[in-house]
Design a protein around this ligand. Structure first.
Ligand code: HEC
Ligand code: HEC
Length: 159
Protein backbone atom coordinates (compact mmCIF):
# COMPACT_ATOMS: atom_id res chain seq x y z
CA UNK A 1 0.00 0.00 0.00
CA UNK A 2 2.82 2.40 0.89
CA UNK A 3 4.47 1.91 -2.50
CA UNK A 4 1.17 2.39 -4.35
CA UNK A 5 0.74 5.69 -2.55
CA UNK A 6 4.24 6.84 -3.44
CA UNK A 7 4.29 5.64 -7.06
CA UNK A 8 0.76 6.40 -8.25
CA UNK A 9 -1.30 8.59 -5.98
CA UNK A 10 1.22 11.27 -4.95
CA UNK A 11 2.33 12.05 -8.56
CA UNK A 12 -1.34 12.05 -9.68
CA UNK A 13 -2.26 14.62 -7.05
CA UNK A 14 0.75 16.74 -8.03
CA UNK A 15 -0.26 16.60 -11.73
CA UNK A 16 -3.83 17.60 -10.94
CA UNK A 17 -2.58 20.60 -8.97
CA UNK A 18 -0.46 21.65 -11.97
CA UNK A 19 -3.43 21.37 -14.35
CA UNK A 20 -5.60 23.60 -12.17
CA UNK A 21 -2.98 26.36 -11.82
CA UNK A 22 -3.74 29.04 -14.45
CA UNK A 23 -0.93 31.15 -15.94
CA UNK A 24 -1.13 34.72 -14.69
CA UNK A 25 -1.48 37.34 -17.44
CA UNK A 26 0.17 40.65 -16.55
CA UNK A 27 -2.29 43.52 -16.36
CA UNK A 28 -0.21 45.76 -18.68
CA UNK A 29 -1.50 47.03 -22.04
CA UNK A 30 -0.21 44.75 -24.78
CA UNK A 31 2.57 46.41 -26.76
CA UNK A 32 4.44 45.07 -29.74
CA UNK A 33 7.04 47.01 -31.73
CA UNK A 34 5.26 46.17 -35.01
CA UNK A 35 1.58 46.03 -33.92
CA UNK A 36 1.70 48.89 -31.44
CA UNK A 37 -1.01 48.51 -28.81
CA UNK A 38 -3.58 46.94 -31.17
CA UNK A 39 -5.05 43.85 -29.48
CA UNK A 40 -4.22 40.50 -31.12
CA UNK A 41 -7.79 39.98 -32.34
CA UNK A 42 -7.88 43.35 -34.16
CA UNK A 43 -6.08 44.27 -37.36
CA UNK A 44 -4.03 47.44 -36.92
CA UNK A 45 -3.56 49.92 -39.77
CA UNK A 46 -0.16 48.96 -41.18
CA UNK A 47 2.48 51.71 -41.23
CA UNK A 48 3.62 52.91 -44.66
CA UNK A 49 6.50 50.93 -46.13
CA UNK A 50 9.62 53.07 -45.97
CA UNK A 51 11.28 53.46 -49.38
CA UNK A 52 14.52 51.53 -49.85
CA UNK A 53 17.59 53.72 -50.00
CA UNK A 54 18.87 53.63 -53.58
CA UNK A 55 21.83 55.99 -53.64
CA UNK A 56 24.34 53.55 -55.18
CA UNK A 57 26.96 54.69 -52.68
CA UNK A 58 28.90 51.91 -50.92
CA UNK A 59 28.42 52.21 -47.17
CA UNK A 60 31.10 51.81 -44.53
CA UNK A 61 31.27 48.68 -42.39
CA UNK A 62 30.65 48.60 -38.65
CA UNK A 63 33.01 45.71 -37.96
CA UNK A 64 35.46 43.44 -39.77
CA UNK A 65 33.81 40.57 -41.68
CA UNK A 66 30.43 42.35 -41.80
CA UNK A 67 28.52 41.44 -44.96
CA UNK A 68 28.23 44.84 -46.71
CA UNK A 69 24.68 46.25 -46.89
CA UNK A 70 23.12 46.60 -50.34
CA UNK A 71 23.25 50.21 -51.58
CA UNK A 72 20.60 49.73 -54.30
CA UNK A 73 17.02 48.52 -54.67
CA UNK A 74 16.51 44.79 -55.20
CA UNK A 75 12.78 44.89 -56.01
CA UNK A 76 11.77 42.12 -58.42
CA UNK A 77 15.26 40.59 -58.61
CA UNK A 78 14.57 36.87 -58.82
CA UNK A 79 16.45 34.94 -56.15
CA UNK A 80 15.24 31.36 -55.83
CA UNK A 81 16.35 27.86 -56.79
CA UNK A 82 15.78 28.58 -60.50
CA UNK A 83 17.63 31.84 -60.90
CA UNK A 84 19.90 34.25 -59.05
CA UNK A 85 19.58 37.75 -60.46
CA UNK A 86 22.28 39.10 -58.16
CA UNK A 87 24.90 36.98 -59.91
CA UNK A 88 23.95 38.49 -63.28
CA UNK A 89 25.90 41.54 -62.10
CA UNK A 90 27.95 40.35 -59.12
CA UNK A 91 29.49 37.10 -60.45
CA UNK A 92 33.21 37.61 -60.89
CA UNK A 93 32.81 36.98 -64.64
CA UNK A 94 30.15 39.72 -64.94
CA UNK A 95 31.64 42.41 -62.75
CA UNK A 96 33.72 44.13 -65.40
CA UNK A 97 30.71 44.61 -67.63
CA UNK A 98 28.20 45.53 -64.90
CA UNK A 99 30.42 47.70 -62.71
CA UNK A 100 29.20 45.81 -59.62
CA UNK A 101 31.57 44.76 -56.84
CA UNK A 102 32.44 41.11 -57.57
CA UNK A 103 31.48 38.66 -54.82
CA UNK A 104 34.32 38.05 -52.39
CA UNK A 105 36.59 35.00 -52.76
CA UNK A 106 35.08 33.66 -49.52
CA UNK A 107 31.89 33.00 -51.52
CA UNK A 108 33.72 30.35 -53.57
CA UNK A 109 34.92 28.50 -50.50
CA UNK A 110 33.26 25.46 -49.00
CA UNK A 111 33.11 24.88 -45.26
CA UNK A 112 36.48 23.16 -45.29
CA UNK A 113 38.10 26.26 -46.81
CA UNK A 114 38.57 24.72 -50.28
CA UNK A 115 38.13 27.31 -53.05
CA UNK A 116 36.34 26.02 -56.14
CA UNK A 117 35.47 27.52 -59.51
CA UNK A 118 31.79 28.02 -58.72
CA UNK A 119 29.82 29.87 -56.06
CA UNK A 120 29.52 27.85 -52.86
CA UNK A 121 25.94 26.66 -52.26
CA UNK A 122 26.03 28.16 -48.76
CA UNK A 123 26.49 31.60 -50.35
CA UNK A 124 23.73 31.21 -52.95
CA UNK A 125 20.90 33.03 -51.13
CA UNK A 126 22.55 36.43 -50.93
CA UNK A 127 19.83 38.13 -48.88
CA UNK A 128 20.50 35.73 -45.99
CA UNK A 129 23.43 38.02 -45.24
CA UNK A 130 23.15 41.13 -47.46
CA UNK A 131 20.17 43.44 -47.02
CA UNK A 132 19.07 46.75 -48.46
CA UNK A 133 18.56 49.66 -46.07
CA UNK A 134 15.93 52.29 -45.37
CA UNK A 135 16.32 55.61 -43.56
CA UNK A 136 13.94 54.96 -40.70
CA UNK A 137 13.72 54.96 -36.93
CA UNK A 138 14.98 51.60 -35.61
CA UNK A 139 12.37 49.46 -33.85
CA UNK A 140 14.75 48.65 -31.03
CA UNK A 141 17.75 50.48 -29.62
CA UNK A 142 21.31 49.40 -30.29
CA UNK A 143 24.43 50.45 -28.43
CA UNK A 144 26.92 48.38 -30.45
CA UNK A 145 30.43 49.84 -30.51
CA UNK A 146 33.09 48.46 -32.84
CA UNK A 147 36.17 47.19 -31.05
CA UNK A 148 38.45 49.85 -32.58
CA UNK A 149 36.14 52.60 -31.28
CA UNK A 150 36.37 51.44 -27.67
CA UNK A 151 38.61 53.99 -25.98
CA UNK A 152 41.48 52.49 -24.03
CA UNK A 153 41.49 53.54 -20.38
CA UNK A 154 44.71 55.33 -19.34
CA UNK A 155 47.24 52.77 -18.05
CA UNK A 156 47.34 53.95 -14.42
CA UNK A 157 43.56 54.05 -14.10
CA UNK A 158 41.71 50.99 -12.90
CA UNK A 159 38.33 50.19 -14.51
C1 HEC B 1 21.93 45.37 -62.43
C2 HEC B 1 23.14 44.94 -61.72
C3 HEC B 1 23.00 44.52 -60.26
C4 HEC B 1 22.17 43.57 -59.73
C5 HEC B 1 21.14 42.70 -60.44
C6 HEC B 1 22.48 43.50 -58.31
N1 HEC B 1 23.47 44.41 -58.01
FE1 HEC B 1 24.33 44.69 -56.19
N2 HEC B 1 25.47 46.20 -56.95
C7 HEC B 1 25.49 46.61 -58.28
C8 HEC B 1 26.38 47.74 -58.43
C9 HEC B 1 26.68 48.47 -59.74
C10 HEC B 1 26.91 48.02 -57.14
C11 HEC B 1 27.90 49.13 -56.75
C12 HEC B 1 27.17 50.23 -56.01
C13 HEC B 1 25.99 50.73 -56.80
O1 HEC B 1 26.17 51.23 -57.90
O2 HEC B 1 24.85 50.55 -56.29
C14 HEC B 1 26.32 47.03 -56.25
C15 HEC B 1 26.59 46.96 -54.88
C16 HEC B 1 26.19 45.91 -54.08
C17 HEC B 1 26.66 45.65 -52.72
C18 HEC B 1 27.66 46.49 -51.93
C19 HEC B 1 29.04 45.88 -52.01
C20 HEC B 1 30.04 46.56 -51.08
O3 HEC B 1 31.24 46.23 -51.20
O4 HEC B 1 29.66 47.38 -50.25
C21 HEC B 1 26.03 44.53 -52.27
C22 HEC B 1 26.20 43.87 -50.91
C23 HEC B 1 25.15 44.08 -53.34
N3 HEC B 1 25.27 44.94 -54.41
C24 HEC B 1 24.34 42.96 -53.24
C25 HEC B 1 23.41 42.59 -54.21
C26 HEC B 1 22.45 41.53 -54.04
C27 HEC B 1 22.31 40.67 -52.78
C28 HEC B 1 21.72 41.47 -55.20
C29 HEC B 1 20.54 40.56 -55.51
C30 HEC B 1 19.42 40.61 -54.58
C31 HEC B 1 22.26 42.47 -56.10
N4 HEC B 1 23.27 43.14 -55.46
C32 HEC B 1 21.85 42.66 -57.41
C33 HEC B 1 24.78 46.03 -59.30
C34 HEC B 1 23.82 45.05 -59.18
C1 HEC C 1 26.50 33.44 -45.36
C2 HEC C 1 26.52 34.87 -45.56
C3 HEC C 1 26.67 35.41 -46.98
C4 HEC C 1 25.97 35.06 -48.11
C5 HEC C 1 24.86 34.02 -48.25
C6 HEC C 1 26.47 35.91 -49.16
N1 HEC C 1 27.43 36.75 -48.67
FE1 HEC C 1 28.40 38.23 -49.69
N2 HEC C 1 29.57 38.61 -48.07
C7 HEC C 1 29.43 38.03 -46.83
C8 HEC C 1 30.46 38.54 -45.94
C9 HEC C 1 30.64 38.14 -44.48
C10 HEC C 1 31.23 39.48 -46.68
C11 HEC C 1 32.42 40.30 -46.20
C12 HEC C 1 33.60 39.45 -45.89
C13 HEC C 1 34.12 38.74 -47.08
O1 HEC C 1 34.63 39.40 -47.98
O2 HEC C 1 33.94 37.52 -47.13
C14 HEC C 1 30.64 39.50 -48.02
C15 HEC C 1 31.08 40.30 -49.06
C16 HEC C 1 30.38 40.48 -50.25
C17 HEC C 1 30.69 41.50 -51.24
C18 HEC C 1 31.80 42.53 -51.15
C19 HEC C 1 33.06 41.98 -51.76
C20 HEC C 1 34.21 42.93 -51.63
O3 HEC C 1 35.27 42.59 -52.17
O4 HEC C 1 34.08 43.97 -50.97
C21 HEC C 1 29.77 41.38 -52.25
C22 HEC C 1 29.67 42.21 -53.51
C23 HEC C 1 28.93 40.26 -51.90
N3 HEC C 1 29.33 39.75 -50.69
C24 HEC C 1 27.87 39.82 -52.68
C25 HEC C 1 27.13 38.65 -52.43
C26 HEC C 1 26.19 38.07 -53.36
C27 HEC C 1 25.83 38.64 -54.72
C28 HEC C 1 25.71 36.94 -52.76
C29 HEC C 1 24.75 35.92 -53.34
C30 HEC C 1 25.20 35.26 -54.56
C31 HEC C 1 26.31 36.84 -51.43
N4 HEC C 1 27.20 37.89 -51.29
C32 HEC C 1 26.03 35.87 -50.48
C33 HEC C 1 28.49 37.11 -46.47
C34 HEC C 1 27.61 36.47 -47.35
Amino acid sequence: MRTLLAVVIVPLVALAALAIAQPTVPDLPFHDSLRGTAPLNEEPKPPLIVPTENKDVIRGLNYAQQPPTIPHKIDNYQLDKNANRCLACHARSRAEESGAVPVAVSHYMDRDGTVSGHLSPRRYFCTQCHVPQADTKPLVGNSFVAVEDIKQAPKNQKR
